[in-house]
Design a binder for this molecule. Structure first.
Ligand code: ADP
Ligand code: MG
Length: 578
């Protein structure tokens, strides 16, 4: 018996046959946990497992198993945050029991008539978005009087999208004996509030995140300056044979800007964010699923519920808000037994947050270096050769016979071919058109830069600042770096974990203070970054390991000037993203 493990969970022969037809073999961890409990007619359930771990089947299978179809009144209601999810969940549930069960999706934006017709003809399970479900309840075109099960699917998103009041009202239409199943990828605190309010005898089922940051996803990161992220991205896309991925940005503006930049450089990219209309969104997703576009740039919210498998890459162009979102984002690759790569770009400013996130996610995220111009050119040459071979094989060059003969009559074959390539590929195969992306080595311990209100005018020299910090704050001298004394104030870099205590201590030293402003505080962002403030303080201690040597601010500015021209929108992007 191949589906033995599903059978052991208590599913019947009929359901097992449907699963076999779908190609399922073994239950996922959340399915193992949830199915037996749900089949017993007792508790309400809160279930948490990462995106892509089969939560739909976890609640869908037991419902389908227990339900006795009447094709009359609705027995199960599944609420989803978006219409796409409603459609997906509807299809998945239908596939578990094809012949005698009536399932229908009900969501906003679709024609009311068809929904009314179906509801009237009698359905067993409704899968819908809260707003439209409420519409029908208020019009009394939908009755929940005989409802047995309510599922709140993707409950975290439902909360985020402000559906709480709708859910409240929907529940008031259901009988008291209903059971509530809440499924979610993350468990923000607000969910327990929801549970307390509506649920009884709650059993909490949880699949630990660690287990599900799937081994199939190769996780790597690149340290790259904010201003170099775009070049880094295009390099990754260029060296991949068949890049098919989602790139995550934090804001709508960042999404639009990145899409524009990509289009400008000839990449087939599309963007999704909250301002994209539903119709447009569906169009974009259809294109993406058919691989007519292979780069989807999205905000976290807009990417929710996108069920696209086989992604080769998920790229965190900027870090997600929290570790849960990271897991959520990368859960989109490495699904269904296929390998995927999750890439995270980390700018110096994101380093601390990244360290925190990495600890929380307990993932092994490997540091890598970006492909060089040489790598890219080699890759492009390979691609050209294989595409050429294909054209030759298919003999699809008929129109060019004539001109080929003319050219060869005049030119040496090698010259003709090389010139033609120059025409077709411009500078693409020239390594020097890929400027060096400056390497940065962020101090792994994490540091803080202090502004200290004592300067040369007060008789201070760098050595004295070091002595002050080590004497008063107990920071070992070798951990104090990059001290700079100006006329009225100084800067010093110290380990991040010592910063708070050091500031407290120095600010309490009355004999040093000359007025009531704090003597020491964290340096402003602009005081840390020498490449944005060429006359300011060197960032050597921050970004380069001592002893490794560093590049001065003017050097860097020079090199950048020699590189590729930056276009206006790009600069704009940088400004806006900060
Ligand atoms: P979630 O709601 O947790 O994000 P889904 O329910 O959308 O995940 O499932 C993701 C994909 O995995 C779907 O295509 C689903 O058909 C498939 N899937 C679910 N359970 C199994 C299983 N036990 N074996 C194989 N594929 C599964
Ligand atoms: Mg789901």
């Amino acid at each position: 018996m191949i589906l033995e493990e599903f059978q052991e969970l208590g599913l019947s022969e009929r359901t097992l046959e449907a699963l076999a037809a779908k190609g399922f073999e073994t239950p996922s961890p959340i399915q193992r946990l949830a199915i037996p409990v749900m089949l017993e007619n007792r508790n309400d359930i809160i279930a948490q497992a990462q995106t892509g771990t089969g939560k739909t089947a976890a609640f869908g299978l037991p419902i389908v198993e227990r339900l006795v179809p009447e094709k009359k009144s609705v027995q199960a209601l599944i609420l989803t945050p978006t219409r796409e999810l409603a459609i997906q969940v509807n299809d998945e549930i239908q596939s578990f029991r094809k012949n005698d069960l009536r399932v229908t999706p009900i969501y906003g934006g679709a024609a009311m008539n068809e929904q009314l017709r179906r509801l009237k003809s009698g359905v067993d399970i409704v899968v819908g978005t809260p707003g439209r479900i409420l519409d029908h309840l208020r019009r009394e075109t939908l009755s929940l009087a005989r409802l047995k099960w309510i599922v709140l699917d993707e409950a975290d998103e439902m909360l985020d999208m402000g559906f709480i009041d709708d859910v409240d009202e929907i529940l008031s239409h259901a009988p008291d004996e209903r059971r509530i199943f809440l499924f979610s990828a993350t468990m923000p605190d607000r969910i327990s509030g929801l549970a307390k309010k509506y649920m009884r005898d709650v059993e909490v089922l949880r699949v630990e995140t660690k287990q599900v940051t799937t081994d199939l996803t190769d996780q790597i990161y690149f340290e790259v300056r904010e201003s170099d992220k775009f070049d880094a991205l295009t390099r990754i896309v260029d060296v991949e044979n068949d890049f098919y991925g989602i790139i995550f940005c934090r804001t709508k503006v960042a999404v639009d800007q990145l899409v524009n930049n990509l289009l400008e450089r000839g990449y087939a990219a599309e963007g999704l964010h909250g301002d994209v209309s539903q119709a447009q969104r569906e169009k974009i997703l259809r294109k993406f699923k058919k691989r007519q576009s292979t780069i989807l740039v999205a905000t976290d919210v807009a990417a929710r519920g996108i069920d696209v498998t086989n992604l080769t890459h998920v790229i965190n162009y900027s870090l997600p808000q929290d570790p849960e979102s990271y897991v959520h984002r990368i859960g989109r690759t490495g699904r269904a037994g296929r390998e995927g790569t999750a890439i995270t770009f980390i700018s110096p400013a994101e380093n601390r947050q990244f360290l925190f996130m990495q600890r929380r996610v307990k993932a092994d995220i490997r540091k890598e270096t970006l492909p060089t111009g040489h790598d890219i050119v080699e890759m492009k040459k390979l691609k050209i050769k294989s595409e050429l071979a294909e054209i030759v094989e298919e003999e699809s060059y008929a129109h060019y016979d004539g001109i080929a003969r003319e050219l060869l009559a005049e030119l040496d074959p090698e010259v003709a071919l090389a010139a033609l390539m120059r025409l077709a590929f411009k500078n693409e195969l020239d390594e020097s058109s890929y400027p060096e992306i400056r390497r940065i080595d962020v101090d792994r311990r994490g540091t803080a830069r202090l502004f200290i209100g004592l300067g040369k005018a007060d008789g201070y020299r760098p050595k004295m600042i070091v002595e002050l910090l080590s004497r008063e704050c107990g920071i070992p001298q070798q951990k104090i770096d990059d001290v700079k004394c100006l006329e009225d104030f100084s800067f010093a870099t110290i380990p991040f974990r010592d910063a708070e205590a050091a500031m407290k201590k120095l600010n309490s030293l009355r004999e040093l203070a000359n007025d009531d402003r704090p003597l020491v505080k964290l340096a402003k962002e602009s005081e840390k970054k020498s490449d944005r403030n060429p006359n300011g303080v060197s960032d050597r201690g921050r970004n380069f390991r001592p002893g490794q040597g560093s590049v001065s601010a003017s050097d860097r500015a020079g090199r950048r000037g020699g590189g590729r021209q930056r276009t206006a929108p790009k600069r704009d992007y940088k400004r806006r993203e900060r």
